[in-house]
Design a protein around this ligand. Structure first.
Ligand SMILES: [Zn+2]
Length: 470
C-alpha cells in the first residue's frame, strides 16, 4: 500500500521522502527571533494604528542581521535556547513567475516559515499598475484551501517612496511540475486526490467569476501530505460576459493552451482553464507533457491529431488563418484510444473524464463544477475529506463531514474600480490605501529592513532573475 496514514495530514504518506523536491526550503522554526531576511515586526508604537505614510526608519524597526536595532521584545525570540541547525537555515529564493520573485522567509512574529513575493514594476505604467492591484486584491479576496491567498502584505513606506509591493503567503514545499518530473512514484490515489483539489479550487475561482488563464503544473503548489493550492494570479482576470468584447490572446503557457485561444478567438470563457486541467490530468497519468509542440500552429496540429479534425461549428470564432490552416489539412479521424496507453492508471473511467475535458469546442467541454461530479473523483473526494481538509473534523465516534464538499465563493470578485483608474499616481494612492486599510486591526504589521544584508541579497538575486526573465 503506497499510503500510510501516520497522522492527521499524511493521507498519501510522504510524497517527497527525500529532500530533493524543495523540502529543505521548508523549515518550521519555533524559535526564530533573528529575521535573516530583513523582515521585521513594526514596533507597537508605529503599529497597526499608525497613519498611512508614517516614516519607518530602518534602525527603528530592528532586523538583527543588518545591524539595526533589535526587534522589540514582544516579537523577538521568546526562547533563549540555541536553535538547531535546521532552524538556523538561511532564507533563500524558491522561485519566480512571470510577475514576481518568491522568497522563503521567517515571520519574526511567530517564527513561522512563509513565502514572500515581491511584485515588481508595479508603477511602470497604468497597465502594470492595474494588473498588480488586481492580483493583490484577488490574493486578499480568496478564502479557499486549494487556492493560495495572502496571509499578509508588508507595510508600505510613505507614498513618495512607495515603489514595490511585498505579499506574504503560505509556504508550500513543491509544485506539481517538480513532482511529475521526479522519480517519485505517482499512484492512482495520488492522481485522484490532486485532480480533485485542482478542480475544487477551480470551481471556487470560476464561481467568483475569475479565469486563472495560466493553469499549469508549476502553478499548482503541493505539500508532502498531498495538499494542493492553485497559485500565481498574475494573468487572472474577471470573466467577460459580453461576447463582443475582445480579450487578450497572450494567455496560458503554450502546452496547456486551449484550442480556442490557439485559434485566435477574441472571446473565451472559464473553459480555457478546464482544458489546461485536462492536459495536466493526462500529464499526471503519462508523466509527460501531452501536447508538447514547438509553436502555436504545431500545438494546434497535435491537438487535432488526437481529437480529429473539429467540426465547422467549432471553428466559428476562429481567426481566418487558423480556420484556413485546419481546413487546408487532411481530414483527421480522432485517435482518443491512445489515451489508454498513457499508463496503467488510464482506466475507462479516467479516460472518460479526460475526454470530457479535452473537448475542442469550449461550449461542449465539461465545466470544472460538473467534472467534480464524475465518478473518477469519488475516491479523491473521500480521501481529501477524510484526513486532509479543514472543513470536516473527527470526533471519538467518527468523522463529521461538511455539508458542502466543494464550496463556491461567497460573492463574485469585483473589478469595477478598474475603470475609474486613470493614472499611475491615482493607482499608487489607491494601492497604498488598500494595503494600509487591509492591515488595520490585524496582526502587527511587518515591513522590510532595507539595511539588512539578507534583504540586499534578495534584491540582487531578484534583479538577476528578472534580467533573465525579461
Ligand atoms: Zn472536508
Amino acid at each position: 500500500m503506497a499510503f500510510h496514514g501516520a497522522g492527521r495530514q499524511t493521507v498519501c504518506g510522504d510524497l517527497f521522502p527525500g529532500s530533493e523536491l524543495g523540502h529543505k526550503y521548508f523549515c518550521v522554526s519555533s524559535s526564530c527571533g533573528a529575521p535573516s531576511t530583513g523582515l521585521s515586526a513594526t514596533p507597537c508604537l508605529t503599529g497597526p494604528t499608525a497613519p498611512a505614510g508614517t516614516p519607518r526608519h530602518p534602525t527603528a524597526l530592528g532586523g538583527s542581521t543588518g545591524g539595526g536595532a533589535a526587534v522589540p521584545q514582544p516579537y523577538s525570540n521568546p526562547a533563549s535556547e540555541v536553535p538547531s541547525p535546521a532552524e538556523m537555515e538561511p532564507d533563500r529564493p524558491i522561485g519566480y513567475g512571470a510577475f514576481g520573485v518568491v522568497w522563503s522567509v521567517t515571520d519574526p512574529r511567530d517564527g513561522r516559515k512563509v513565502a514572500l513575493k515581491k511584485m515588481p514594476n508595479v508603477f511602470q505604467n497604468l497597465v502594470s499598475c492595474k494588473r498588480v492591484f488586481r492580483e493583490l486584491r484577488m490574493l486578499c479576496f480568496f478564502k479557499h484551501d486549494n487556492v493560495l491567498s495572502a496571509l499578509d502584505i508588508l507595510q508600505p513606506p510613505q507614498i513618495d517612496c512607495f515603489e514595490e509591493i511585498y505579499v506574504i503567503t503560505e509556504l508550500m514545499q513543491s509544485d506539481l511540475h517538480k513532482v511529475i518530473v521526479s522519480p517519485q512514484p505517482l499512484t492512482t490515489d495520488h492522481i485522484k486526490v490532486f485532480l480533485y483539489q485542482i478542480l475544487r479550487g477551480l470551481k471556487y475561482l470560476h464561481s467568483a467569476g475569475i479565469l486563472h488563464r495560466d493553469i499549469k503544473p508549476g502553478n499548482l503548489l503541493v505539500n508532502s501530505n498531498c495538499l494542493l493550492k492553485i497559485c500565481d494570479f498574475g494573468l487572472a482576470r474577471v470573466e467577460e460576459p459580453d461576447p463582443s468584447r475582445h480579450m487578450t490572446q497572450e494567455v496560458v503557457t503554450q502546452y496547456y493552451r486551449a484550442p480556442e485561444v490557439l485559434m485566435g478567438c477574441r472571446h473565451y470563457s472559464s473553459a480555457i482553464d478546464v482544458w489546461s486541467v485536462g492536459c495536466i490530468f493526462a500529464e499526471l497519468l503519462g508523466r509527460r507533457i501531452l501536447f508538447q509542440a514547438q509553436s502555436p500552429i504545431q500545438q494546434l496540429d497535435l491537438i487535432t491529431d488526437l481529437l480529429g479534425t473539429p467540426p465547422l461549428s467549432a471553428l466559428a470564432a476562429a481567426c481566418e488563418g487558423a480556420r484556413a490552416h485546419i481546413l487546408r489539412g487532411p481530414h483527421k479521424p480522432p485517435s482518443l484510444s491512445v489515451l489508454y496507453m498513457l499508463s496503467d492508471g488510464a482506466t475507462h473511467e479516467a479516460v472518460h473524464l479526460l475526454c470530457r475535458m479535452l473537448v475542442f469546442d469550449p461550449a461542449k467541454r465539461i465545466s470544472g463544477s460538473d467534472a467534480l461530479s464524475h465518478p473518477y473523483l469519488d475516491e479523491g473526494r473521500l480521501r481529501y475529506h477524510t484526513c486532509m481538509c479543514q472543513c470536516c473534523y473527527s470526533v471519538p465516534s467518527g468523522r463529521v463531514y461538511t455539508r458542502d464538499f466543494e464550496p463556491v465563493a461567497e460573492r463574485p470578485f469585483s473589478h469595477s474600480y478598474e475603470n475609474s483608474l486613470l493614472s499611475v499616481w491615482q493607482g499608487k494612492e489607491l494601492i497604498h490605501r488598500f494595503i494600509t486599510e487591509h492591515q488595520q486591526g490585524k496582526r502587527v504589521p511587518l515591513c522590510i529592513n532595507p539595511q539588512s544584508a539578507a534583504f540586499k541579497t534578495f534584491i540582487s538575486w531578484a534583479s538577476r532573475t528578472w534580467s533573465r526573465v525579461f
